[in-house]
Ligand binder design. Structure first.
Ligand SMILES: [Zn+2]
Length: 183
């Protein structure tokens, strides 16, 4: 919330929040924006609400929606963004939810058509710049099965800004558009 204020907005200006997944470190700030509509994949919301089935489910904290936000759920409907299954969100600028299940049962990436081109935030489906040296058997149980595909996609689309949920700051800064424009 303090970062939003630092950017010159008030917390009430935040009307929509698109979640990649509902682990505590990705949605713990929801109560700071009680009037915002929350957009999330239906599978992720039911994993969050259901009984824990695997150890990563222990990172769901129910009280993060104790304020009962308005939640809009999405399910696959056969749309595509590049070669990914995707769901077009009813928001501007053009925005897509990209199912990348694995890290959690409903984790998604979010692609946004910004003033400076596509921003593709893959959250915890990859640790771009971090996991290249780690073996797949170690990466898959935590990040899911998409890391190599996302790395290939990144190599094929150098014009695209791709970010992850836990990038090193210098890796993140290297993705910033050079002319300083952004949505
Ligand atoms: Zn996570």
């Amino acid at each position: 919330m303090r970062q939003v204020v630092r950017l010159g907005y008030s917390p009430q200006d935040v009307r929509h929040i698109v979640l990649t997944h509902m682990h505590f470190d990705h949605c713990g700030g929801l109560p700071d924006f009680p009037h915002a509509t929350v957009h999330v994949h239906a599978r992720e919301f039911s994993a969050f609400k259901g009984l824990p089935r695997r150890w990563t489910d222990l990172a769901y904290v129910r009280r993060h929606i104790a304020h009962k936000p308005r939640v809009v759920l999405y399910d696959d409907r056969g749309e595509r963004w590049f070669d990914f299954n995707a769901i077009r969100l009813p928001l501007e600028p053009e925005m897509w939810l990209i199912p990348l299940f694995g890290h959690t049962r409903g984790q998604c990436g979010v692609a946004i058509n910004t003033n400076s081109g596509w921003l593709f935030h893959v959250a915890d489906a990859a640790a771009m710049g971090l996991d290249e040296s780690l073996p797949q058997w170690l990466v898959s149980p935590v990040l899911g099965p998409h890391t190599s595909r996302l790395r290939r996609f990144k190599d094929a689309h150098p014009e695209m800004r791709m970010t992850t949920g836990h990038m090193w700051l210098d890796t993140f800064q290297a993705t910033l558009p050079r002319d300083g424009r952004d949505a």
